[in-house]
Design a binder for this molecule. Structure first.
Ligand code: SF4
Ligand code: SF4
Length: 219
């Protein structure tokens, strides 16, 4: 690992990151060709509170994980700036607004895959080598030249269709996943179902069932 990547990784881990990776993007995003992938692990005890429906405890935890990720990304971006490069932190939960609510500037899972930290499952979730789907991600886009330290991993779902069968919204198609998860998951369907059925829990925006049931999860 080169010196600056080691330094950024140490900083991110000291702030609470559980997984950290680096990559050159396939094509520039907002003028940036490189990215840092940051992940935090969700608590097993919290995921256990999800049965056949989302839970209040999970909703709060999800928001706290996003807040932590945003802080880590902010600090990592600042550190990169101190080295003379531009850096743009991308929030854990991102949206391009009312006309494009299910997309951000770049899918965090794409950056995590290019960084060799795991693969995108049939659920459309990122499955990290270390923890499976029990992670949330954020990204820092940058002009600082970075290189991946790990090879890209192929999808390892095999014949499994557990998440597809468990999804109450029928939002998981179970098809061969892409690096951004787009062709095998309908984000609008997921969100609509949550809003219709669980408006009382966290504005119906999170469920967690597809995370909880994945057999690739690790402690
Ligand atoms: S969050 Fe819930 S509704 Fe959405 S895809 Fe996962 S299991 Fe289905
Ligand atoms: S539940 Fe099975 S198919 Fe779905 S993401 Fe996990 S391993 Fe892949």
């Amino acid at each position: 690992m080169n010196g600056i990547q080691e330094q950024l990784k140490t900083l991110a881990e000291s702030l609470g990151a559980d997984i950290v990776g680096f990559c050159k993007l396939d094509k520039p995003v907002m003028g940036f060709s490189y990215a840092v992938s940051l992940g935090v692990k969700l608590a097993d005890a919290v995921l256990k509170t999800i049965e056949s429906a989302p839970s209040f405890v999970y909703f709060q935890h999800y928001r706290t994980a996003n807040a932590l990720l945003d802080t880590i990304a902010f600090r990592v971006a600042r550190e990169i700036e101190k080295s003379g490069y531009l850096a743009l932190p991308v929030a854990g939960s991102q949206s391009l607004g009312k006309n494009n609510p299910y997309r951000g500037v770049i899918p965090h899972k794409t950056v995590a895959v290019l960084s060799g930290l795991g693969f995108v499952g049939k659920s459309g979730l990122f499955l990290s080598t270390e923890f499976g789907s029990k992670v949330r991600l954020a990204t820092v886009l940058t002009s600082m030249p970075l290189e991946s330290e790990l090879p890209v991993i192929e999808n390892g779902c095999g014949d499994c269709r557990i998440c597809q069968n468990a999804c109450p919204a029928g939002a998981i198609y179970g098809e061969k996943p892409t690096i951004d998860g787009e062709r095998n998951f309908d984000a609008e369907k997921c969100s609509k179902y949550m809003k219709e059925h669980f408006q009382d829990i966290g504005r119906g925006s999170v469920c967690g069932i597809c995370i909880k049931v994945c057999p690739k999860n690790k402690l």
